[in-house]
Design a protein around this ligand. Structure first.
Ligand code: TMP
Length: 204
C-alpha cells in the first residue's frame, strides 16, 4: 500500500502522517513514513537546496529538482519497501509538483506529467489524502510554529490559493483521492484517513 498525504504548508500533513502511522502500527502493520522532497541522502540534499531562502529558482529547475529527488526516493526506499509488503505513507508526491509548479507557478501540466512519469515509471499512489486548507489557517499555524520561513513559505496568499485549487482540481478528477478538511480535529482526521486506507485495501 502506497498512500500519499498532500496539502499546502501548515495543513497538518506531518501530524496526520504520524497519527496514521501510529494507529496502523498499533494494529501490527509495518509502516514506513517518508516525505518529498527527501527520503534519501540525495533527496535530503536536494530538499536543502530547494528550500533554502535565497534567489528565486526557475520553475523548470524546481520541477527537475523535485523529480530528481523523487526518482532516487522511489528506487532506494519506496519500491523496496512496497516489495517487502510494507505500508508506505508519503508526505507529498507527484500531485505536489502539479499543484506547486503547475497550478502555482504556471508550468504546463502535460509537460509536468511527462516529467513526473519519467521519475515514477509505473508507480502510482494507491490512494491520496488531500488536506484541504485555507491559506489563512496555514499562515496562522506557520506563525504559531515560529519556525524560520523557508523559500516557499514566503509566497503570497494568491500563490497558495492557486496551489490549493490545484490539489482540489486533481482530486475531483480521481477516484483514488479523498479530500479532508484540514480544520477538523486531529483524531477525526486520523480516523477518516485510516478508514480510507482500509477501504482501499479491502477493495484490492
Ligand atoms: P513541506 O513538505 O515541508 O511542506 O515542504 C516542501 C516544500 O516543497 C513545499 O513548499 C512544497 C514544495 N514542493 C514543490 O514545490 N513541489 C514538489 O513536487 C514537492 C514534492 C514539494
Amino acid at each position: 500500500m502506497f498512500a500519499v498525504i498532500e496539502g499546502i504548508e501548515g495543513s497538518g500533513k506531518s501530524t496526520l502522517q504520524a497519527g496514521v502511522a501510529e494507529a496502523l502500527r498499533a494494529r501490527g502493520r509495518s509502516v514506513i513514513t517518508t516525505r518529498e522532497p527527501g527520503g534519501s541522502p540525495l533527496g535530503d540534499a536536494i530538499r536543502a537546496l530547494f528550500l533554502a531562502p535565497g534567489p528565486a529558482i526557475d520553475p523548470v529547475a524546481e520541477a527537475m529538482l523535485v523529480n530528481a529527488a523523487r526518482a532516487q526516493h522511489i528506487a532506494t526506499l519506496i519500491r523496496p519497501a512496497l516489495q517487502r509488503g510494507e505500508i508506505v505513507l508519503c508526505d507529498r508526491f507527484v500531485d505536489s509538483t502539479l499543484a506547486y509548479q503547475g497550478y502555482g507557478r504556471g508550468l504546463d501540466l502535460a509537460m509536468l506529467r511527462s516529467l513526473c512519469a519519467l521519475a515514477v515509471g509505473t508507480l502510482v499512489a494507491d490512494m491520496t489524502i488531500v488536506l484541504d486548507c485555507d491559506p489563512s489557517l496555514s499562515r496562522r499555524r506557520l506563525a504559531e510554529r515560529g519556525l524560520a520561513h523557508d523559500r516557499l513559505e514566503g509566497e503570497n496568499v494568491d500563490f497558495y490559493e492557486r496551489v490549493r485549487g490545484g490539489f482540489l482540481a486533481i482530486a475531483r478528477e480521481s477516484e483514488r483521492h479523498v479530500v479532508l478538511d484540514a480544520g477538523d480535529p486531529r483524531d477525526a482526521l486520523v480516523a477518516a484517513a485510516l478508514a480510507a486506507i482500509e477501504g482501499v485495501e479491502a477493495r484490492a
